[in-house]
Every structure is written in C-alpha cells, then in structure tokens.
Design a protein around this ligand. Structure first.
Ligand code: IMP
Ligand code: MG
Length: 435
C-alpha cells in the first residue's frame, strides 16, 4: 500500500533509508529525520555517541537528542540504538529521564544493542587530557570520550552493554580497566578515578537500562522480514568520517552510508535509498580545514541567534556552500536524494557565493584533496548568485519560494550531482517543502 508521507506525497515502494550528513555535521539531520519518520516503522542510530546533538522543534517545544533516535518523538515507532554506537549509560539515563519529563513515552519503543560499546569516565578524562596535550593542534572534540571509547573497541579492551548488565563480569572487568587507565591518567598528571564511585554509578545506570537491552540485529532482521520501513539515522557528517573525513580532525566512527550497515547489521542490498542532508551554506564545529569559512557570514548568522552547537553550545564556524565537498559526499555515500536545510539563513544576503573548485597556487582541484595541509591552503573559487532578500519561512510549496531561491537550490543540487527532494525553510515540521 502506498503510504502518505505528507499531503500529496506518496511513497509506493518499500524504502529502507539511510540518512547522512553531507557536510561537517549539524546539517539539520534531526529535523529531516523527524519528517521522514512519518513513513518509517523503525528508526536506528548506527554510529557515534552523545557527541551528537539533534535538534527537533515540534509545536513550540524544542527537543535535543544525543543518543536516542529522533523517532522517539512520534507515536508507535520502534527506536534502536545499534551496535555501532558508543553509549554513555549515565548520559543515556539522563536523556531518557529528560524526555519522559517532557511527556515523551519511552516504554517498549526503545531498544539498546547488547553489543554497543560503553563509554566510561576514563574515556572522557583521556579525551580531555589528549586535547590539552595537543595544545594548538587540538581536534576540538566534544570531550564526551568518543575517540578513546572507539579506540578501546578497536584495541579489544572495550566493554559492551552485555558486559555492563552482567554484575559479576562488570565488576571484574571494570576493576582492571580502571587500574590500567589510572596509570595513563597519572602519566598525564591527572587525578585517578575511584573504582567505587564509577562502579556504583554504572551499576545504577545498568539496572535502569537493562529492560531496553536487546539483540538488535535479530530484532532488525525480524522487522525486515515483516516488511517494515527502516530509517537509519546518521550522526555527524561526511567530512567527520574516520576514513573519508579531514583526518585527524574527524570523529571516530564511519559517519558515511557504509557505517549504517556495519552499525546495524542490516546488509547493503537491503538498503533502498540514501538521503543526504546539507545546509544551504556550510558550518563546522571544532578545528580542522574549512575552505569556504567566512567571517562575515558567521557574524550574520550568529547575530540572528543561529549556529550555536546543540551539544557544547560552541558558536559554529560558518562559510559559503562548498559544492566540491558536497559532490564528494554524494560520491562516497551514493546520495540519491538531497534535503537542503536552513535556506532561511540566507534570506537577507545580497550576493550568495558557492565554491565550485579549490585553488592551491597554480593547481586547481575539483575534488577534496586528502592531504589536509593542502586542503588548509586551498582557496575557494566562487560562483555568485543573487540573493532573494525576502523571508522564505512561510513557503510551504516549491512555487511559493522566490524564483532566485529556487534557482540557487537547483544550482547547488546540480553541482552536488543529486536530486533535490526536500527543502527546509525553518525548524518546524510544517516548514518543509517536498519536490
Ligand atoms: P568527537 O566526536 O567529540 O571526538 O569530536 C571530533 C570532532 O567532531 C570535533 O570537531 C567535533 O566538534 C566534531 N563533532 C562531533 N560530533 C559532532 C556533531 O554531532 N556535530 C558536529 N560536529 C561534531
Ligand atoms: Mg548537531
């Protein structure tokens, strides 16, 4: 049966959808996920941890999600925190409690993978110590312990949710892990952690979370067999990917489409489409190269009260739209459909620039060079578009957008090499245009 996505829009095929960020994160994925969730039965987070901050506005209420999939905000959706996620259990309890206080029902609609890895206080402490140690070369992490937690996973010294909820095993393993990590912390000149304190705190969180813990790979395959529509919600963005991003100024997971498979246990041939989300301009939080960064557009957006981080509150770095980067994202993720957000952020701009190539001395690039020193040197080559200089926030249909805005959106989608499917003109669900 075709299902209504929104008035007039029908999807008549079974669609397991991977949603990814096409830039450096904060593309407005939370809002687009919320919109797409209307047609989904199951929503899955597959990578990252509570470094993510997904903001969703519904009827005047603002929700910020860090680990819980945005599907939780709609009734009768199954939400899964997949095996590829790293989970801070104390943070997750706080998040669930916070959502419950806002009247969100969380009961048999949230599942936590038993093979997801656990983030510990020593991961957070090590994250902070390494950043300080790096000095001016710091990554600008969220200090949530994400890098050290994935590091332990790869080094096979991590603990999984299945270990966390087994009291005896947990106690033995935690004692060893705290002992080892306290030696490392001492070497940094940092305060060692108290086993007793961490143990108590994590045991309490484990008891709270135990009812949510499941074999989510089996659960998701049962959903596939039923023919459920599954939405795989990506966190962060393409250029923060550990393999495809601006290493080392990246996060520690695969934020690109492939990560949705490994992070959930759903095989690639069961994925039907990839939706890439990008802003009508570009932002980045944390350090690392950002070719189109521009102080004027940053000042303008910050003065509008926009572009402050949802997790750390840091002002985001801002710049013009970079089609070299988004084309690369299209390639790596296999983006079928594009959602462009924050169009209204450009409502007052007289002349809008779009980066169409990078120049380093006499060399010109139409792709993102891997050497970040080269990328940091690159100067953007710009094309210019006339601004529409009127508010777009009230537009609900494509034809209600100013012609100059339509021309701009068509151009950036074409430069990205993907089909424009959604245009977003504000944070509200209703401020969404389907093409
Ligand atoms: P980490 O993920 O906390 O290790 O931070 C590594 C880099 O990724 C830093 O530049 C962070 O600012 C960035 N980052 C991590 N999560 C997000 C996110 O959800 N949105 C935007 N940037 C992020
Ligand atoms: Mg965010």
């Amino acid at each position: 049966m075709p299902r209504a996505l929104s008035p007039g829009i029908f999807v008549d095929y079974m669609a397991n959808t991977i949603l990814v960020g096409a830039q450096w994160g904060d593309e407005g994925k939370g809002k687009i996920i919320d919109v797409l969730t209307e047609q989904a039965d199951v929503v899955v987070r597959t990578q990252g941890g509570n470094n993510a901050g997904h903001t969703v506005h519904i009827g005047g209420q603002k929700y910020i999600l860090h680990l819980v999939p945005s599907g939780i905000l709609r009734k009768n959706k199954v939400c899964v925190i997949g095996n590829g996620v790293v989970v801070d259990p104390v943070g997750l309890v706080g998040e669930i409690e916070g959502l419950r206080k806002l009247g969100i029902k969380i009961d048999r609609n949230l599942f936590l993978s038993e093979t997801a890895h656990v983030v510990f206080p020593y991961h957070r402490e090590l994250d902070a110590q390494r950043e300080t140690f790096k000095g001016k070369n710091k990554i600008g992490t969220t200090k949530r312990g994400i890098g050290p937690a994935y590091g332990d996973k790869a080094a096979r010294t991590g603990m999984r949710v299945i270990d966390l909820i087994n009291p005896e095993r947990f106690k033995t393993q935690l004692a060893l892990r705290i002992k080892e990590n306290n030696e490392v912390l001492k070497a940094f000149g940092a305060k060692p952690l108290s086993f007793k304190k961490v143990h108590e705190e994590y045991r309490a969180a484990a008891d709270y979370l135990k009812p949510f813990v499941a074999n989510t790979v089996i659960l998701l395959h049962q959903a596939l067999q039923r023919g459920d529509n599954i939405l795989l919600e990506g966190a962060q963005g393409t250029f923060l990917d550990i393999d495809h991003g601006t290493y080392p100024f990246v996060t520690s997971s695969n934020t690109t489409a492939g990560g949705a498979c490994t992070g959930s246990g759903i095989p690639p041939q069961r994925m039907d489409r990839v939706v890439g989300v990008m802003k009508a301009y570009t932002t980045r939080v944390g350090e690392g190269p950002f070719p189109t960064e521009n102080a004027e557009i940053a000042d303008m957006l910050h003065a509008m009260g926009r572009e402050f981080g949802a997790t750390t509150g840091r002002p985001r770095r801002c710049g013009w739209f970079d089609s070299v980067a988004t084309r690369h994202a299209g390639m790596v993720n296999g983006i079928d459909e594009l959602a462009v957000t924050n169009i209204d952020g450009l409502d007052s701009v007289e002349t809008i620039k779009v980066c169409i190539a990078y120049r380093d001395g006499s060399k010109q690039y139409d792709y993102v060079p891997n050497d970040i020193e080269v990328l940091a040197r690159c100067q953007p080559v710009y094309a210019e578009f006339p601004g529409w200089r009127t508010s777009t926030t009230q537009a609900r249909q494509w034809k209600e957008l100013p012609p100059k805005a339509r021309a701009y959106l068509k151009a950036i989608a074409e430069l990205t090499d993907a089909r424009l499917a959604i245009a977003s003109v504000g944070p509200g669900r209703e401020q969404t245009i389907f093409l």
